[in-house]
Design a protein around this ligand. Structure first.
Ligand SMILES: C[S@@+](CC[C@H](N)C(=O)[O-])C[C@H]1O[C@@H](n2cnc3c(N)ncnc32)[C@H](O)[C@@H]1O
Ligand code: SF4
Length: 464
């Protein structure tokens, strides 16, 4: 099997490939992807799922969305709102508590959570006492299992020691901090200034408060970044000794995300530069004790994500790569997504309509998707491709599957040319994706997506 590592492949060859394969497409954080979902009333399906989960008696993973931030980072693609208004915090808190109360009421046999992730926005932009109030309220109604795994994503610029203590006291052990880039000119261009020294102090403080898993988010492809400035950033990041790193490619969608228009497009690096940065990060981190996980994550071998990768528990959802394969995910808060066996639902965004709906006594769901048999098979297939780097046609047999299996087989013909390019190699049971192919996972997955057309792909960000 030709499984050459990226370091052994001439850059020029990779650049030629990127020119050929530089297209737009989904990140496959869900299948079917969000544009395929439908607006409408998914409340009954949602309630049925909650009841079923309660009867099954299995603990759930929970995602809670806290949307507020202190200031606007121009690149931001997250569902976030800028405010410093305490009344808004209070009103949001009361609404999410109402949602927790309503949802937990449908767990007639009771339920517990084995994972809790707080995301945003910036959850630690909430005053520390409010965060404590919310967590205590939630844990009382949906208690954690004895081995519960709680994590949070934060903006280190606003996260205080008090926040860290409150979280640690409630069993949070993993923290993910956005850094993005350390170069001052880049930071100015995206309106996010933070020094390496402050970041070091933040990480030390988190460890001191009991966090054993520290993740740092970086973005490549930001305005004014060059391979030279990026090399300085990734070298400096090593000093913080994170357990895990995420290197996201900047998704620039100014027609949809209007604040991104503050970014001067002429300052954005070319596709070649972008890929160069990803290659540099890959080389640098893998030479310095990290394993590449999926498309854009790097983890120390002892980190839970690297472990999940080696024992097949890696999963991909809208938070990116996670270790919650097989768990059902309950989303709380505005814009939050729930992912059940055969159902996706998403809550309203921004906070105002979300709050209004709850105040009127309704669940705040805006859209969703009920998966049919074909979707369930393709979802598993695409997740296996994105997480385990395997392309495996499921065995036919079950009634109703055969058409999907035939269609997936036909789609295999559309990826054969990737074998000539060295992105995939046959392995007896199908194909394995090579380290080079790992850069092009989105391209490799796209032919198996039943809903994707040239036109619909154009609405997504660049695949590299
Ligand atoms: C929900 S944000 C929350 C992080 C936290 N508020 C902060 O800024 O530090 C999670 C991560 O998404 C990434 N991100 C945000 N906008 C992005 C974009 N347009 N393209 C790629 N990554 C993006 C950033 O790396 C960010 O740290
Ligand atoms: S990157 Fe983080 S801090 Fe900046 S606006 Fe987005 S969510 Fe808020």
């Amino acid at each position: 099997m030709n499984m050459k590592s990226l370091k052994d492949i001439p850059e020029e060859r990779i650049f030629n490939l990127i020119e050929k394969l530089d297209i737009r497409g989904p990140r496959y954080t869900s299948y079917p992807t969000v544009p395929v979902w439908k607006t409408g009333d998914f409340t009954d399906y949602f309630i049925d799922s909650l009841k079923r989960i309660s009867v099954d008696g299995k603990p759930v993973a929970v995602y809670m969305h806290l949307p507020y931030c202190n200031s606007r980072c121009y690149y931001c693609g997250c569902n976030s709102c800028i405010t410093r208004d305490n009344d808004k915090f209070r009103s949001y808190l009361d609404s999410i508590k109402r949602e927790i109360e309503t949802v937990s009421g449908y767990f007639s046999n009771g339920a517990s959570h084995c994972q809790l992730h707080l995301g945003g926005g910036t959850p630690t932009h909430l005053p520390a006492d409010m965060l404590a109030e919310l967590l205590d309220y939630f844990i009382e109604r949906l208690p954690g299992t004895s081995d519960v795994d709680r994590s949070i994503e934060v903006d280190p610029r606003v996260t205080t020691r008090e926040h860290l203590r409150i979280l640690s006291d409630r069993g949070f052990r993993r923290i993910s901090a956005g850094l993005q880039d350390l170069n001052h000119a880049v930071q100015k261009a995206v309106n996010r200034i933070f020094s390496a020294d402050k970041m070091k102090r933040f990480v030390d403080s988190a460890r001191d408060c009991g966090f054993t898993g520290v993740n740092i988010d970086l973005i490549y492809g930001l305005p004014l970044q060059t391979r030279k400035t990026w090399a300085e950033t990734i070298k400096a990041v090593l000093r913080f000794n994170p357990d895990r790193l995420a290197c996201f490619g900047y998704a620039h969608l100014p027609t949809k995300i209007t604040h991104q228009r503050a970014i001067n497009e002429g300052d954005l690096p070319s596709s070649r530069e972008r890929l160069g940065m990803l290659l540099d990060a890959n080389r640098f981190f893998t030479e310095n004790g990290y394993e590449a996980v999926g498309m854009d994550h790097f983890a120390r071998p002892e980190d839970e994500l690297a472990q999940a990768k080696s024992d097949g528990r890696l999963w991909r959802n809208f938070m990116g790569y996670t270790n919650n394969a097989g768990l059902e995910l309950l989303g709380l808060g505005c814009s939050a997504i729930s992912e059940f066996k055969d159902l996706f639902v998403q809550n309203l965004f921004p906070p105002e309509p979300y709050e209004k709906k709850l105040a009127a006594g309704h669940l705040p769901i805006i859209k969703g998707y009920k998966l049919d048999g074909d979707d369930v098979i393709r979802k598993k297939f695409i997740n296996n491709l994105m997480c385990n780097l395997e392309i495996r046609i499921p065995s036919g047999g079950k009634r109703g599957n055969s058409e999907t299996v035939d269609d997936l087989r036909k789609s295999m013909n559309k990826i054969r040319h990737f074998e000539d390019e060295g992105l995939i190699v046959p392995d007896g049971e199908g194909f394995t994706i090579t380290p080079l192919g790992q850069l092009f996972l989105r391209n490799i997955a796209m032919p198996f997506d039943r809903y994707l057309s040239k036109e619909s792909a154009a609405a997504f960000s660049k695949t590299i």
